[in-house]
Unconditional design. Structure first.
Length: 174
């Protein structure tokens, strides 16, 4: 998978939990943070990402990191208030964990070892039109452009739906 599907899903989650009446600067930071969170399992770090797909795509490992962040935000209450409260923290965790589900959609048939190290079971939910791109930086080919376009067409409606739901929700509550 490329970063397109993950980033669009992170953006959709960010739209849904964006606090009201915030500055353009905060909006930029908010959306950037959610996109970054949606990409955490693929970060290029030693023994992480595609170097150790079993570790970086395990629900248990990711929940340990998320819980660690929640503990820090509990200790530093000012940070939590500054980012928008517990609802934004929960949405950030959702954006992060969405990565695992999305990676199970790709047609390479291997799935992800979601329950590592407890189980070797793999989550495989392939969607036929989604293809895996080679690790970055790939050469720009027609095949890569096709994969990027298919991800854009597949996941952009999530952002549109989030914007429409958010707009409708704000109109009914005002």
């Amino acid at each position: 998978m490329t970063q397109v599907g993950h980033a669009l899903t992170g953006t959709a989650v960010a739209v849904m939990c964006l606090p009201r009446n915030i500055s353009p600067r905060y909006k930029f930071i908010h959306f950037t943070a959610f996109i970054a969170l949606s990409l955490v399992p693929d970060y290029r770090l030693q023994n992480w990402g595609h170097d150790r797909y079993d570790i970086s795509h395990s629900i248990f490992v990711n929940l340990i990191f998320i819980c660690g962040i929640i503990v820090l935000l509990t200790i530093f209450k000012g940070m939590r208030r500054q980012i928008g409260g517990w609802s934004v923290v929960a949405a950030g965790a959702l954006a992060w964990l969405s990565h695992l589900l999305l990676d199970s959609f790709y047609n390479h048939g291997k799935g992800i070892a979601i329950f590592w190290p407890v189980s070797k079971m793999r989550l495989v939910l392939p969607i036929p039109w989604l293809s895996v791109a080679h690790p970055l930086p790939p050469p720009v080919t027609l095949e890569l452009m096709k994969i990027l376009l298919i991800e854009l067409v597949t996941f952009a409606p999530l952002v549109l739906l989030a914007v429409l739901l958010r707009k409708r929700g704000l109109q009914t509550h005002e």
